[in-house]
Ligand binder design. Structure first.
Ligand code: UTP
Length: 291
């Protein structure tokens, strides 16, 4: 809950349009078993900070202070992380260790956190639709915390929030990936607009190299307009028997209402072991040295 005296959200204070960010965190994280047997993969730390905290920090920096989580079983640690831990805080209060909790206390003080459970893993599209009661009828950000993004200036979601002010349509972050990796992503096609922007006219979920319309992959950062919920309700199961967000976005793209944005910064695929190790080394050296 927000504890500051000024009850307006940071986004309201900064005049931003997007106040809420959705975090689908219901996945099983099977690639990290056994580590994820009894704890969410989003709580795995890169150096000392859990993946989900990086995501929330990025959303807050973008002016969104309302954090909405679509959770599942085994995800209670996420709720506990964004809450006060009285015994621990009492124990280290007044000692030099108090500093270690500064970053998370800041988030607890400045953000609100809401939760809803996805009862079955029916795919990312279904997870987003499950979040509808937390979002309502307004544009919102979506962060997949296992895509860890870093930029020295504005974070990726912040860059996208600025673009939204201008274009007022759905925006997805895109990145070039090697041809052999296209089958792991949603791949887009479209027409170049301004520098770094593409008006999307085609999207395919996890295509083979032959089917892929380009090597531009959608990564885990989205700004969505709320009509996506109605579209998702009508979207049948797609690739892998799951309700795919890509399929719903394609409906908007048919009307020219989705922009692909080549973001500034680096992205680490922390859903994979290699990406996670790479992020750990990068953050240890350049961003967040250990306590
Ligand atoms: P992934 O398929 O990459 O995540 O989903 P996963 O299932 O947790 O990982 P592995 O493959 O088993 O290791 C991408 C994102 O979408 C969320 C996941 O939590 C992850 O952040 N997701 C996916 C849901 O919340 N619900 C779903 O039904 C599917």
């Amino acid at each position: 809950m927000a504890h500051s005296d000024d009850t307006r959200t940071q986004n309201e204070r900064s005049g931003g349009l997007i106040r809420k960010c959705l975090f689908p965190v219901a996945g099983y994280g099977t690639r990290f078993l056994p580590a994820t047997k009894a704890q969410p993969k989003e709580m795995l730390p890169v150096v000392t900070t859990p993946l989900i905290q990086y995501g929330v920090e990025e959303a807050l920096q973008a002016g969104m202070s309302n954090m909405a989580f679509v959770t599942g079983r085994n995800k209670r640690a996420i709720e506990d992380h964004f809450d006060v831990t009285y015994e621990l805080e009492d124990q280290i209060s007044g000692t030099s260790k108090e500093l270690y909790l500064k970053s998370i206390r800041l988030l607890i003080d400045q953000c609100t956190f809401t939760y809803v459970r996805q009862t079955q893993m029916r795919g990312l599209g279904d997870a987003v639709l499950t979040g509808e009661p937390l979002i309502g009828n307004q544009p919102f950000g979506v962060i997949l915390a296992d895509d860890l993004c870093y930029n020295a200036g504005d974070g990726v979601m912040g860059q996208m929030a600025k673009l939204y002010e201008q274009y007022r349509c759905s925006i997805v972050a895109i990145e070039e990936v090697p041809a052999e990796d296209v089958s792991k992503y949603g791949i887009i096609s479209g027409d170049e607009m301004d520098d770094g922007l593409i008006r999307i006219n085609g999207m395919v979920e996890k295509p083979s190299i032959d089917e892929a319309p380009s090597n531009l992959a959608v990564i885990g950062r989205y700004i969505l307009t709320p009509d996506i919920f109605d579209i998702l309700r009508a979207t049948p199961k797609g690739k892998g028997g799951e309700v795919q967000l890509t399929d719903a976005l394609m409906e908007q793209a048919r009307e020219g209402r989705v922009i692909g944005y080549r973001f500034k910064g680096r992205r680490f695929d922390c859903g994979s072991i290699e990406g996670f190790i790479e992020a750990t080394n990068f953050f240890f050296e350049h961003v967040k040295p250990a306590n």
